[in-house]
Design a protein around this ligand. Sequence first.
Ligand SMILES: Nc1nc2c(ncn2[C@@H]2O[C@H](COP(=O)(O)OP(=O)(O)OP(=O)(O)O)[C@@H](O)[C@H]2O)c(=O)[nH]1
Ligand SMILES: [Mg+2]
Length: 683
Amino acid sequence: MGTRAGGRRTGPKCIAIVGPFASGKTTLLEAILARTGAIPRQNPVSSGSTVSDHSPEARAHAMSVEATIATTEFMGEQITFVDCPGSIEFSFEAEPVLAACDLAVVVAEADEKKIPALQLIMRKLDDLGVPRILFLNKVDKAIAGVRDTLKMLQPASSVPLLLRQIPLRKDGVVIGSIDLALERAYIYREYAESEVAQIPGDDKARELEARFSMLETLADHDDQLMEQLLEEIEPPKDAIFDDLAADLRDGAVTPVLIGTAEKGNGVLRLLKAIRHDAPDIEATRKRLGAPDGSATVVQVMKTIHTPHGGKLSVSRILSGQVADGLELWLPGGDTAKVSGIYKMLGKDQFKLTAAKAGDTVALGKLDEVKTGQTLTSAKGGTKQLFAFEPPQPVFAFALRPKERKDEVKMSAAIQRLAEEDPSLSLRHNQDSAETVLSGHGEMHLRVVRERLEGKNQIPVEGHAPAVPYRETIRKPAQQRGRHKKQSGGHGQFGDVVIEIKPLPRGSGFQFTDTITGGVVPKTYIQSVETGIRDYLKTGPLGFPVVDVAVNLSDGSYHAVDSSDMAFQMAAKLAMKEGMAACSPVLLEPVMKVVIVTPSDATSKIIALIPQRRGQILGYDARPDWPGWDVVEATMPQAEIGDLIIELRSATAGVASYRAEFDHMAELTGRLADEAMNANGKAA
Ligand SMILES: Nc1nc2c(ncn2[C@@H]2O[C@H](COP(=O)(O)OP(=O)(O)OP(=O)(O)O)[C@@H](O)[C@H]2O)c(=O)[nH]1
Ligand SMILES: [Mg+2]
């Protein structure tokens, strides 16, 4: 054994646990840790005391909101599991983990509504080239036959789902499983190892049929097996196991195991499949295109700021070893020294003296290091193996501390949170003087806010960010502005005649003069422009003015009393009076929106666009995404603020959108009044 492609790979493994929301990933991790003795017993997720769900945010929302890393040992080998959140809003947590893991266990269930979510995950694994096992969970409550369930789930996977086990039922209740490769039955026992049994006579025919179909799929990649099947020769068991392992590692099939994580059933079979079939660090290095050589290369999967221990960079050691004090090169030429190496078990860390290739450990105090980076001991650094591109944010809110004194503290805390979560973006809106935080959904930002208020103890206020309204004019006007003051010594004198004209959308502001004979001297023409520009910062409706042209056509000056200031004042006066006669109107930004959605929700999505004052530009099948559509529309920015909430609720959480500025459009009536009122209050 070990000579064929399917031979067992020894060494430490890193396994990501992914899957649609609430499919039982955290429950499975808990079951694995209990079964391997890393924790004394399996706690149900409802207890709030599982290894994964220790954070108050996760408990409050009964869902995982970040990746949890837990290292355990199974049959003398080290395996690190990373339980990733299922919600699409936290999917950014999984990506850098998936990049550096050996295998993904995709936890799924027989739920039609979650197929698009499963498809999103499978595609991500395809993109990153990560081999996978599908764990079909919750068979305790499955009504449909497992083969029908696989038929239902198959469209979510680009490679064949290969059933390795079938359930064993008694009076309609699942009491165990039959392993099709081993041809053995296992009777489930709660929270304990299953009991090996003979395949009951009644189930033999079902077993043979399912087994044959498994072998047929394997034979697609094994000519010898194909011949054996055609000639009805029983293939050797070892050859089947090797095929299973080799096809899994090549990504040719996705083996499917079944179980009930909640009772710890099917967990041991899964662990054995991982032990036998998972690729090792060698394969993962190859997949990532990691450099050969003796240098230590480290891929960072997650960044954590612990309350006491400082910053931890959870990392996969791709090659070489790490000891305390090792100097690592960052991209860009900086270096950082490892200070502390830890094995992780959820929130608990255990100090190690060193780590070697294959290990997944937390490295302490790598201050400048970010999630997703590739670090090396080789002088000068190494090429980056993983490019992390967070998707465009889809939800934002403006934030300020309840108490002014917390301003600096808040911005420092947000910086730290953004380091842990690179998909979070923060910007200062000049227009509205707001700090705007953007992310991947309402829940995502709610959790950020809870962390600010909980972990960092900074009470904050959040509200929808201001829409950048503008205003313009519809009619031209001419206006004289005279600024004259006689007070004791020096007087003030400026006198201008201006022509104000609307310009086409997007033109901005244009200033000209048609002064002849020096009635307004050159330097004061400049002052007039300055005065007008200053006025335009806040027009008659309270917003910045755009798309107007102003021409200075006439005026007069005084040799002693005229000044830069006096002409600026005269110009502002002329604008103030002139603009009122130009029939000012509010402009709102309108975005081009591209929505992606599972096809069965397309009509619902199309229906909600006009409700948000949008216009449908068209819709079509999403290229290369069977079962998905793309809907294009224009929509006022004011209507997009909470669009994602409605999109997600119409699609079991999977639809998303991108928006970019398209044009400014006139806004009148009640909505314009509301915008002006809100602006008046804020000012
Ligand atoms: N019937 C049944 N329920 C299960 C099983 N495994 C998990 N559950 C339930 O499914 C729900 C979600 O379980 P979690 O383990 O939190 O699911 P998750 O995939 O980690 O969820 P997210 O991380 O939020 O995506 C909980 O109510 C569990 O009790 C199972 O094997 N059978
Ligand atoms: Mg979870």
